[in-house]
Design a protein around this ligand. Structure first.
Ligand code: SF4
Ligand code: SF4
Length: 194
C-alpha cells in the first residue's frame, strides 16, 4: 500500500516535470475520419445564384449572405463553422445543377484551429471571389442592360410608327369619304330642279 502511494507520487511528479515530446502534429497530419464525415463547406461563387435558400434553411443560422456589387448573384453565402452542426441541409436545398454551389462532402476535411476564442470567432468558410470575375460580371450586366434598353426603344419606335401610319390611313379614308359625299350632293340638287 505504502509502496503504491510512493509509486504514484513518483509517476505524477515525473509526468509533471519531464518535458514530453509530441509525436504527432495534428494540424499537419491527416486524422482518421468516419466514412460519413462530411467535411468543411465548399462554396462555388461562379455557379451560386444568390437565392439564399441555404441561409434560410440553416437550423442554427450559421450562414450569412455577404452582398456583392453585382445583380446575380447579389450575395454569396458565408458559413460560421463555430456554430454549424454539419447537418448538410444547406447542400441538400441548393438548387444549382448539375453541381451544388454549396457542399460539405468534397470540401476540406481538416478543420483544426488554434482553439482560442478569437480562432473560433473567425472560423468561417468564405468564398474567395476574384476581383476580375466581379469586373467581368459587371461588364456582362451592363451589356445586357444596354441591349435590353435598345430593344425596348426599338419596340417603342415601331409601335409609334404603326400608330402614326394607322392615323394617316384613317385620315385619308375620312377625307376620301367626305369628298365622295360632297360630289353626290349637287347631283341630288339637279334631280329636284327637274
Ligand atoms: S451544414 Fe447545417 S448547420 Fe451547417 S451551415 Fe449547412 S445548414 Fe447550417
Ligand atoms: S449556395 Fe445554393 S442555396 Fe445558397 S445561395 Fe447559392 S445557389 Fe442558393
Amino acid at each position: 500500500m505504502f509502496f503504491n502511494i510512493i509509486e504514484k507520487i513518483v509517476r505524477v511528479t515525473k509526468a509533471l516535470t519531464e518535458p514530453r515530446i509530441a509525436t504527432k502534429d495534428v494540424t499537419k497530419d491527416t486524422m482518421h475520419h468516419s466514412p460519413i464525415f462530411r467535411g468543411m463547406h465548399e462554396i462555388k461563387y461562379d455557379i451560386c445564384t444568390g437565392c439564399e435558400a441555404c441561409a434560410k434553411i440553416c437550423p442554427v443560422d450559421a450562414i450569412v449572405m455577404e452582398p456583392l456589387p453585382i445583380k446575380r448573384p447579389k450575395a454569396l453565402p458565408e458559413v460560421n463553422l463555430g456554430i454549424c452542426i454539419f447537418c448538410g441541409l444547406c447542400e441538400d436545398v441548393c438548387p444549382t445543377k448539375p453541381e451544388k454551389a454549396i457542399k460539405l462532402s468534397g470540401g476540406t476535411f481538416e478543420m483544426i484551429t488554434g482553439g482560442t476564442d478569437e480562432d473560433i470567432k473567425n472560423y468561417w468558410v468564405k468564398p474567395e471571389v476574384p476581383q476580375e470575375w466581379i469586373e467581368q460580371k459587371k461588364k456582362e450586366e451592363e451589356e445586357k442592360a444596354r441591349k435590353k434598353a435598345e430593344m425596348l426603344a426599338k419596340k417603342k419606335a415601331e409601335a409609334e410608327a404603326k400608330k402614326k401610319a394607322e392615323a394617316e390611313a384613317k385620315a385619308k379614308a375620312d377625307a376620301e369619304a367626305k369628298e365622295a359625299e360632297s360630289e353626290k350632293k349637287p347631283e341630288a340638287g339637279e334631280g329636284d330642279a327637274q
